[in-house]
Design a protein. Sequence first.
Length: 560
Amino acid sequence: MTPRLSLLSLLPLAAAACGGDAPPPPGPAATGPGAGGIHFTDVTAGSGLTMTMTNGSDPPGWLLEVKGAGIALIDYDRDGDPDVFVPNGATVADPEHGPGCRLFENLGGMRFRDVTAAAGLDFHRWGYGVAVGDVDLDGWPDLFVTCYGRNALLRNTGGGFEEVTEAAGLADEAWSTGCSFGDIDGDGDLDLYVVNYCRLDASRPSPRSRFLGADVFAGPMGLPKVADVLYRNDGGRFTDVSEESGIRQRPAAWGLGAVILDFDGDRRPDIYVGNDSEASYFYRNLGGGRFEEIGILGGVAFNAEGAGQATMGIAVGDVNGDGRPDLFTTNFMYDTNTLHVNRGNGFFEDRTMAYGLHLDSRPFLSWATFFADFDHDADEDLVFFNGHIYPRATCAENGWDYAQVPVLYAREGDRFRRLSADEAGAWLAEPHCDRTAALGDLDGDGDLDLVVGERNGPVRLLRNDCDGGDWLIVRLHDGRPGHEPDGIGAKLVLRAPGRVQRRWIASGTSFLAANELIAHFAFPAGVDAARLEVVWSDGYRQVVEPVRPRQRLVVERPAG
């Protein structure tokens, strides 16, 4: 499913523009309690977070049935902890009337209760991706859900929800997948990028195709592409600016995910779009509401072999410590997941092999992924979740694994090392057909936990059992009238003796999911004070010092 689109002739040009190798990676990992001790425990049983996700029937016979649905962490009731929203899907027999979304209130201590009905949620369409943001600037986080069919904007009315899709100008119908919020024009509110996939009519028999000699459902090859949409937020109502912004300068693609973030350091949010089985797109923000697509020249459209990939999940982190956001993307089996290191000015280089990330991913078909400091050793580790798209019988006949185990790496010096179940917990040896996952501190203990969604399987709750280490969790708040409150698109830098850490608050990472809108850091051993720098999405810089460990810090932007 991944075409080999040659770009070898252009690679020397991109490499020359990058200006040589990246700065050296961070120094040796910090020592102390918890360092090197990544361990998760599946605590789903007894948590109250009980549901089975729906995405088509089994065995799947359509491309429509295999992408899965997303998960969002959203503090819908503003009580300070993340709650869990699952848009859920439907079946080909009735795409408009699935089992319905679910909202679980966080009660603390890894306990949840279903509050879907109490919150007024009555969403039953075939949901896929989800994004969280305060689109109407009333102080309450809202939900945007992409669908097969009409997408949905679920407005938070103050602990409850109402659908306002048509009134908000977002009622376009397509098969939409990923989505991302960001302030593309610097006016303080959240604009929206919606990723579209292909045109597929569920009322007609699914077309067939061949993959490595196996008879399988078709797609995306041979199916009509649907162009993405960029919406400008005009006071809570959205305007399609795809044409005037330059987003349509590139042809429609089979899109799966997008991240809005300032990748080139010019204080204007850019847009990275991960496409399936072809070149990915990188839209550089030129200012004035205009974008220029430079993915090929910038080295992020293809991998080092000059091939377009089946890009599913997207993770953002600073792997080489140079202060720029790098991209890790997950892909189809028999291909590598790919690390694109940011060289600056919109240029990237495939450094997958250099960081030891090339071999472990080849047997897997990979989806959700994250960079995160799971063990509080002041560097970011890496995880991705896996599962096949073809039916169990087809996979068995061809020697492919349908259910697949997750893969977890610890960062050790200048490379990543894959961890075993003996080291990091039994969950790493348990195969699933996973798709989505969301990241956040679900139990308030200062480390990062995971909620994982399996195609036509249960939602799982993985508790991080980090056994020590000092930490800091930062939440941003912009209380100025006319500005979104959560600091989406901001860069945060924690400076401590011997270590600098950088995090970004971004929408659209993982796969079809929304993480808790926080920045998480570890304090190096023996350090009891640090300097925190916040660069808001419009470039405004703010310094907070001294910052102490083991606290959940809210940074307020000044009113001036």
